[in-house]
Ligand binder design. Structure first.
Ligand SMILES: [Cu+2]
Length: 128
């Protein structure tokens, strides 16, 4: 009887572990089906010796960027000029003002063509 209980417990643990693995697999498959940010301009963590002329994100499916904000290390927001007309794009670009040296973060939100809301952030540094 004790052995049987042990076996049952082991079976339960194995089933639970397999279930968790399957859940992780399903989640990553679902994520693959969604739009993902493929890259940013500049790259996340980039250190630039000159201010960037544009800021942007690449997507693998059209994305309507609903909000984008550029903030410096002091929390000051720097206005961006965008030319996408709020239309879905796979390559989004916005033009920042001339940026002094500092550390900047871009935060964005969007609505992918499949209807899913997306968001992201990336940072870069401008040095003298
Ligand atoms: Cu999606």
């Amino acid at each position: 009887m004790i052995e049987t209980n042990k076996d049952n417990r082991m079976t339960y643990l194995i089933r639970a572990a397999l279930g968790a693995l399957l859940a992780v697999g399903a989640a990553s498959q679902a994520a693959l089906a969604h739009a993902e940010k493929e890259g940013t301009r500049p790259a996340d963590g980039a250190v630039l010796t000159a201010p960037p002329e544009t800021l942007g994100m690449n997507f693998d499916m059209p994305m309507r960027v609903t909000l984008i904000a550029l903030t410096d290390q002091d929390g000051n927001e720097h206005a961006l000029t965008r030319h996408d007309g709020m239309q879905p794009v796979t390559a989004f670009d916005a033009v920042p003002p001339a940026l002094p040296s500092g550390i900047y973060t871009v935060e964005w939100r969007g609505l992918a063509d499949d209807g899913h809301p997306m968001q992201g952030r990336f940072s870069f540094e401008v040095t003298d």
